[in-house]
Design a protein around this ligand. Structure first.
Ligand code: SF4
Ligand code: SF4
Length: 384
């Protein structure tokens, strides 16, 4: 195994003092964004619009140290993500390092770069679970959405390899106006590929997805049909396929509990080492996110100003302050609040009590009139 680099115990420079909420419990999971490189170009990609360059990526030893620190902090699992995590030449060593740290390892992948030999090496290194993204059930549409010709066929090949290997497989389908009508076929695909779980996730509108919002927002009729499809499939497939369903904020009356609350359950580390309360948080201005090159994960989680700024309920404005749902949804999503109001500290407009709630229905109306052309993220060179 690669020897972990020794973690600095304290930041190199003293950060501004932050008002501490209640001491945070251990995070449940670490999202390790190993790289932003990816052969696909999904128009809803959750990567920031300014992608990290390969030369900025953390090296193997630093990631191994991060995994050790995450486990020591109480994390139970790591999601190895990207970009496309298998674009890292050291992906097998990284899986081994995470596994040896005692973390349950989940590989979140597009599946287009991994053949049988690499999958076997990953399994032998301790990989516990595979989460494969699909763009559609119909190949031509899937390849168009992913911006990668032949990608859908490669994904199906990869899924069959995973099933044959005995590793548990989750299929991840990001749904939107241009594929939602084929949700029944996506459910069939998950069954056909031997997935034990299907995650049907409506697009969340930050970063690239926000840039493509007009081409992606579903109609209300589509949403209602999809919800009915999921409910019927859950009943019919009980015991065969678990279906997770992430609903779109733009038709909501109350916001989702984004990441289970800022700095409460999850932390992410970006390819360049920035420690984030969620993968989209780099879109927020006015933050100096700690970096694992300079600080320990524990310091970032417990003491950094960035993690404490929106932790708990003390930061909340009206109408969240005193609201009976304050500790259920934690005021919604900070990134969405910033994207739609220009103020990350405002109530998420997905809440009908927000004075900005009307911007969501305006966006829906505009999208229904719009076309279907995508703005793709730039293709990334894979070697690195
Ligand atoms: S598969 Fe698509 S969503 Fe995932 S990292 Fe690549 S471009 Fe982004
Ligand atoms: S007012 Fe705030 S806490 Fe209350 S439901 Fe809306 S977003 Fe949640």
């Amino acid at each position: 195994m690669t020897v972990p680099a020794a973690p600095p115990a304290a930041p190199l420079a003293a950060p501004p003092a932050a008002p501490l909420a209640a001491p945070p419990a251990a995070p449940l999971a670490l999202l390790a964004e190993l790289t932003h490189r990816c052969p696909l170009r999904c128009p809803y990609c959750s990567n920031p619009t300014a992608l990290a360059r390969p030369g900025e990526e953390l090296d193997t030893a630093t990631w191994a140290r991060v995994f050790q620190e995450a486990a020591a902090l109480g994390c139970l699992q790591v999601h190895l993500s990207g970009g496309e995590p298998t674009a890292r030449r050291d992906i097998v060593a990284l899986v081994r390092a995470a596994s040896e740290a005692g973390l349950y390892t989940n590989l979140i992948t597009s599946g287009v770069l991994t053949g049988e030999a690499k999958l076997q090496a990953l399994a032998e290194a301790g990989l516990d679970h595979v989460q494969l993204s699909v763009q559609d059930a119909e190949p031509v549409s899937a390849d168009r959405i992913g911006g990668y010709r032949g990608g859908h066929a490669k994904k199906l090949d990869f899924a069959r390899l995973v099933h044959a290997s005995g590793l548990p497989l989750t299929l991840n389908a990001v749904v939107h106006r241009q594929n939602l009508d084929r949700l029944p076929q996506l459910i069939e695909l998950a069954l056909d590929l031997g997935a034990g779980r299907l995650e049907v996730a409506h697009v969340q509108y930050y970063g690239w997805a926000l840039a493509n919002r007009d081409a992606l927002l579903p109609t209300r009729a589509q949403l209602e049909a999809a919800t009915a499809t999921v409910e019927a499939a859950r009943r019919a497939l009980k015991g065969r396929l678990v279906i997770d369903y992430v609903v779109p904020d733009y038709y909501a009356k109350r916001p989702k509990s984004c990441m289970g609350g800022w700095g409460r359950q999850f932390l992410a580390v970006s390819p360049a080492g920035r420690v984030l309360p969620c993968h989209a948080a780099e879109s927020l201005p006015g933050f100096d996110f700690p970096n694992v090159r300079q600080v320990s994960l524990q310091w970032a989680w417990e003491d950094s100003e960035a993690f404490n700024r929106f932790r708990g309920t003390g930061w909340m404005p009206l109408p969240c302050r005193g609201c009976e749902r304050a500790e259920l949804d934690w005021g919604g999503c900070r990134c969405q609040a910033f994207a739609l109001t220009g103020d990350a500290a405002s109530t998420d407009p997905a809440c009908a009590l927000s004075p900005h709630h009307g911007v969501l229905s305006l966006a829906v109306d505009a999208a229904i009139e719009a076309g279907t052309a995508f703005t793709y993220r730039e293709p990334q060179k894979i070697p690195g």
